[in-house]
Design a protein around this ligand. Structure first.
Ligand SMILES: C[S@@+](CC[C@H](N)C(=O)[O-])C[C@H]1O[C@@H](n2cnc3c(N)ncnc32)[C@H](O)[C@@H]1O
Length: 189
């Protein structure tokens, strides 16, 4: 008699559970770190790049890089040097594979680190598609570490207390320019 474990129904059920578990892990686990996973749509990424006026002279920090939706085109299409900061190991692995099989590998650095603890002083552009609480927590760090001329581009979540230089309603993308964004009255923003 065939074991129940070898029946097609059992195998199909098991595969389904593993798949559902994998999807749940991928989307939900990062809530433990403060922000879940959702990839930014290409349309909003294009607005982010246009706002940043990004080029080969830029050092871009993507905070919470996910699978590299912003990091890879920034390096490959705009020639920027990119530091993709991410905590979740599966997404780190996906980025490492993407980097290994595509161009511009030397311009893409993948950091498995907590974004709240890294040194942001080398950044000329910071991109973020995070959560409101994450932006609030990052704000003092951005104020302390970013130099004049740095652009901070956030999708969906404003930095409360800063004044955006530009905002695209259609894609919900905010551009902040340092230091004008921090002290609008002083800079006439
Ligand atoms: C909404 S996703 C955005 C992914 C990617 N930036 C994009 O636009 O497609 C947010 C990402 O932030 C990561 N994340 C959350 N908290 C983090 C932390 N403290 N340090 C590093 N990455 C973090 C999550 O793992 C997740 O991949």
């Amino acid at each position: 008699m065939t074991s129940i474990f070898l029946s097609p129904f059992f195998i199909a059920g098991a595969v389904l559970w593993v798949f559902a578990g994998g999807v749940a892990y991928f989307w939900m686990v990062s809530f433990l770190f403060g922000a879940g996973y959702q990839g930014a749509p290409r349309k909003s990424i294009e607005v982010m790049f246009r706002f940043a006026e990004m080029g080969p002279q830029d050092t871009v920090y993507e905070l919470g890089a996910g699978t590299g939706a912003i990091a890879f085109p920034a390096a490959r299409e705009y020639g920027a040097h990119v530091i993709a900061v991410e905590l979740e190991p599966l997404r780190i692995l996906i980025m490492r594979i993407r980097r290994a099989v595509g161009p511009a590998a030397d311009r893409i650095q993948i950091l498995r680190r907590n974004m709240y603890t890294i040194d942001l002083r080398p950044a000329t552009v910071v991109t973020a598609f995070l959560w409101p609480g994450a932006m609030a927590r990052l704000r003092p760090k951005l104020e302390k570490e970013l130099g004049p001329g740095t652009r901070v581009i956030s999708r969906c979540h404003p930095i409360i207390g800063w004044t955006p230089t530009r905002y695209d309603r259609d894609t919900d993308v905010f551009l902040y320019r340092v230091p004008e964004a921090l002290n609008p009255s002083k800079f006439g923003g």
